[in-house]
Structures are given as C-alpha cells and as structure tokens.
Design a protein around this ligand. Structure first.
Ligand SMILES: *[C@@H]1O[C@H](CO)[C@@H](O)[C@H](O)[C@H]1NC(C)=O
Length: 229
C-alpha cells in the first residue's frame, strides 16, 4: 500500500517545515510587531538585482543582502525631513551609513552619514542616495546598491547608477498593516463567528491579535512623521 506511506512522509515533512518556519519567523515577527506598536515604519528593503536580495544590517556593522528574509533584514525607516530618511536595523540597532569613500556600513550613533534621499524610481521601487557624500567634481549622487551576489557596492563606483537594478529597492513595509486589516474585517463582519482566518505561514504574532483593534488602526492609518530626537 503506497497511500499510507505517502501520508506519513508528507505529514513528517509538513511538521518539519512548520517547525522550521515558525522558529525562523519568531524573532522577525517580534521585531515587526515592536516596530508597528511604536509607530515606526518597520519592514524590509528588497533589491531586485540578481536573484533578489533583502538589505540586511549585521550587529558588527557590516551591510549586505540576503535572498532569504531574516531578522537582520527587518529595518526601520524614519523621516528626517522631506524626502530624507534614516534606516536602522531593528535587530542590530545600527544605522545604515555611507562614508566619504562611498562605502556602506552601519553605525551605533546617528550622523549625517546616515541620511539618505529617498526617491521613487519606477514601478514602485525606491532609490536611496547619500545626502552628505557625492562626487564633488561631477555632482553625481552616490546610491545604496547591492551587486549580483548580494554584496554591498561602493556608492562612489561609476557603475552605480539610479537606472540600474542594483540601486532599486522595493519597500516591503506593510506586513503589520495587512495583519490588522485581517483582524478588523473579522471583528466587524463576523462577530458571532469565532473561526480564525486560514493560517498563513506568516500569520500575525499573538501580540498583535491580543491588542484591542480600534485604537491601533487609527495609529497605523496615519503614520506619524518620525522625528529623530
Ligand atoms: C553577508 O554577510 C554575512 C556576514 O558577513 C555572510 O555570512 C553572508 O554570506 C553574506 N551574504 C552575502 C550574500 O554575501
């Protein structure tokens, strides 16, 4: 009989996958939930170069990309002024910075090196260029960029241009919002029914569910301009 064997095998694989995924996302979800409750823009920046990489900030200050999302790629974006943002690793608590040679790294103290112009490129991708540093002779801007293997590129490299995929980042900052829509819809239309939504692998963490819905929605709806103090 083949059927039961397949069933057991599948069940094992499924359990394994479920455990792996839940272990994998718990830290991330915690960071994302913390960000949402604090009113910060918390999510990821996905660069479309090569196979696609999430910008990640390591606790030792290194910066690179990872195809798979992880806790290191959970980032906080906050507005400094019109069109100017700071980017912080939610796990490392370090700020993305570009130094005067155009090298990307992450620092503990926020400085002018950590300020980036955020611009809409095309098809919902953004670019991030250093506010402080650029090519002094030509005025050419220096962009945050990853190469095809997910390594950070020098912003000062003549090949790093805003037309290139290496500088294009898709902001993925709506994970918490989506979780809350789900919650609110259930709250309004299915008050009597207690059936939970089909559990996606990236289900909202219990913390979000436990919160009372209405206040949270208002806070999320109008993202406050985050001032750096
Ligand atoms: C990113 O950096 C980490 C730590 O230095 C390293 O282990 C990882 O392989 C790097 N990833 C890529 C795509 O270069």
């Amino acid at each position: 009989m083949h059927f039961p064997c397949w069933c057991i095998l599948f069940a094992h694989l499924y359990t394994f996958a479920a455990v792996t995924i839940s272990d994998h996302i718990s830290v991330e979800d915690q960071l994302l939930a913390e960000g949402a409750s604090s009113g910060r823009r918390t999510g990821r920046l996905y660069c479309r170069v090569g196979i696609g990489f999430h910008l990640q900030i390591h606790p030792d200050g290194r910066v690179n990309g990872s195809h798979e999302p992880s806790h290191l790629s959970v980032l906080e974006l906050f507005a400094i002024s019109q069109g100017v943002v700071g980017i912080r690793g939610a796990f490392s608590r370090r700020f993305l910075a570009m130094n005067k040679r155009g090298r990307l790294h992450a620092v503990e103290e926020f400085t002018d090196d950590c300020k980036f112009h955020e611009r809409f490129q095309d098809s919902s991708y953004n670019t991030y260029s250093s506010v402080m540093h650029r090519n002094h002779r030509t005025g050419r801007e220096w962009f945050v960029a990853l190469n095809k293997r997910g390594k950070a590129k020098m912003g000062s490299s003549p090949r790093v241009k805003s037309q290139h995929a290496s500088t294009h980042f898709l902001p993925r900052f709506n994970l918490q919002n989506r979780a809350q829509w789900g919650f609110n819809i259930m709250d309004k239309s299915q008050k009597s029914q207690n059936t939970p939504q089909p559990a996606a692998p990236k289900a909202p963490p219990p913390m979000v569910k436990a919160e009372s819905g209405k206040k949270r929605t208002e806070t999320v709806k109008y993202w406050p301009k985050f001032r750096f103090g």
